[in-house]
Design a protein around this ligand. Structure first.
Ligand SMILES: NC(=O)c1ccc[n+]([C@@H]2O[C@H](COP(=O)([O-])OP(=O)(O)OC[C@H]3O[C@@H](n4cnc5c(N)ncnc54)[C@H](O)[C@@H]3O)[C@@H](O)[C@H]2O)c1
Length: 443
């Protein structure tokens, strides 16, 4: 059983087994069986966590918009409120953090929480710059034996993820040679919004900007419904990475789960004309990955905003799949969306005699409830999570490197151990971001 299959199995074995000392902060025992949780970003995506957090002690609520507190306090009346996540993390006794803020603050909150020995559930994307993802991953790797992490790629719990993995891993398409994922969400914006009006009372816009460069307030950044407002700001370079941090994180996960990859050795990309304000809508990026212990070297590709991989056969219209993945092997293809898959044997010798479906008892078990998997792992450090900061950090680092390749317009040679592009100095300049004075990434 390899690492990812162990994780799924271990998670199921651990579900419901609260026999170990729990309420663990960084491996220390806490007096109760419940975690003391800080929820940072309480509305929007934050609302989706109310259910799983209701069984824990939510002791701190943090939001830059004070208008969001009454609803959150109605659910978690014993919590203290904060508008600045840095002050929130100073509150004594916090075991674990669930963070649903805007993308440009994710790596900051993750590092600060890990550095204070708190477990972290971070909404996707984990980071919006290569270097930021690397710092978060490194911080967690030092503490992985005692801290649980999870990135909010909750579709990972859909059973089709395991079924796709089994088909690819067990040779239904022969030897894997390439994998492709795509998403066709297209939200076009010309540039940052102009100054308009003033932030409403109780809305701390400067804290919302946080580490990002200064921009004037405009209500257009905050006009979306709960859980959808990210589509009002995530396409701007200073606040997000567009498709990659949006549906791309979910869809690449469908692919990533099946290939056991770490970091690529090359990256190249092309897309629509560069806009210094807004991330590209149409873009495609390609990465070379070395062989691992069960497959040879493969090429991984990400397509977005209308760019699509070629279909293996004209009768398969990949465009009918909004967000999907395809795996190419020596004997055919697996094509899938989040909930279903099809196998397309290809070539004269693709008679499937080389493929033996798993017996019922060898089929990968369901992951269960995705947020609960993290809560269980916070309480019992021997349990693993499916989308920890290593798995998810590698995944987002690859996609973010693709955006760098898009910006410089060259094929990049990447030294993943060092986090350096070896053939293009200007690309190295784009691996990290410049932050506003007063904000520390790894504080
Ligand atoms: N896993 C998923 O399926 C999923 C779905 C939707 C959104 N998300 C992610 O959740 C995050 C939030 O998205 P959203 O649409 O809810 O956005 P949003 O703009 O509505 O923000 C959510 C909440 O966080 C608060 N907030 C923002 N920045 C903050 C900060 N620095 N400190 C404290 N509070 C802050 C906002 O005031 C709001 O109450 C994004 O990163 C997005 O990618 C994930």
């Amino acid at each position: 059983m390899n690492r990812r299959e162990f994780i799924t199995t271990a998670a199921v074995a651990g579900a419901g087994l609260l026999v170990l000392p729990s309420g663990v902060r960084g491996g220390e025992k806490a007096p109760s069986n419940k975690l003391n949780v800080a929820l940072i970003g309480v509305w929007g995506r934050g609302l989706a966590h109310y259910g799983s957090l209701a069984e824990e002690n939510v002791v701190a609520l943090c939001d830059v918009n004070e208008k969001r507190f009454p609803e959150a306090l109605a659910k978690f009346p014993n919590a203290k409120t904060h508008v600045d996540w840095r002050k929130c993390l100073d509150q004594k006794g916090i075991d674990a953090v669930v963070c649903c803020t805007a993308d440009h603050t994710h790596a900051f909150v993750a590092n600060w929480a890990l550095n204070r020995n708190m477990h972290v559930y971070m909404e996707k994307p984990l980071a919006i710059a290569v270097e930021d993802a690397r710092v978060v991953r490194a911080n967690w790797m030092k503490k992985k034996a005692k801290l649980a992490t999870q990135v909010g790629m909750q579709r990972h719990a859909m059973q089709n993820f395991n079924r796709v993995r089994e088909l690819v891993r067990d040779g239904a398409i022969g030897q894997l040679t390439a994998a492709y994922a795509w998403g066709d969400r297209q939200i076009r914006r010309p540039g940052y919004l102009p100054a308009e009006g003033q932030p409403p009372e109780g809305f701390h816009f400067d804290l919302w900007l946080g580490p990002s460069p200064d921009h004037p307030y405009n209500p257009g950044y905050f006009s979306g419904g709960p859980g959808m407002n990210c589509l009002s700001w995530n396409m701007y370079w200073d606040f997000g990475v567009g498709q990659i941090g949006d549906m791309g994180s979910h869809t690449m996960d469908l692919l990533w789960n099946a290939i056991d990859a770490t970091l690529p050795t090359t990256a190249e990309a092309k897309g629509e004309k560069f806009n210094p304000d807004v991330t590209p809508v149409e873009c495609e990026s390609h990465f070379d990955h070395p062989a691992n212990d069960w497959r040879g070297p493969i090429r991984v590709s990400w397509y977005q905003g209308g760019a699509m991989p070629a279909s293996p056969k004209p009768y398969v219209d990949l465009k009918k799949i909004d967000h999907g993945a395809m795996f190419k092997g020596t004997k055919g293809y697996v094509i899938c969306d989040f909930g279903s898959r099809l196998v397309l044997p290809f070539g004269d010798d693709s008679d499937l005699t080389y493929y033996k479906p798993r017996t019922k008892d060898a089929v990968l078990p369901p992951l269960g409830h995705f947020q609960k998997q993290w809560i269980d792992a916070c309480k019992n450090p021997s349990l693993k999570t499916a989308c920890d900061f290593e798995y998810s950090g590698n995944m987002i680092e690859q996609l973010l490197l693709g955006l760098v390749a898009y910006r410089v317009g060259k094929k990049l040679e990447y030294d993943g151990a060092a986090g350096k592009v070896t053939n293009c100095p200007e690309a190295n300049e784009l691996l990290s971001r410049k932050y506003r004075a007063g904000w520390t990434l790894n504080g």
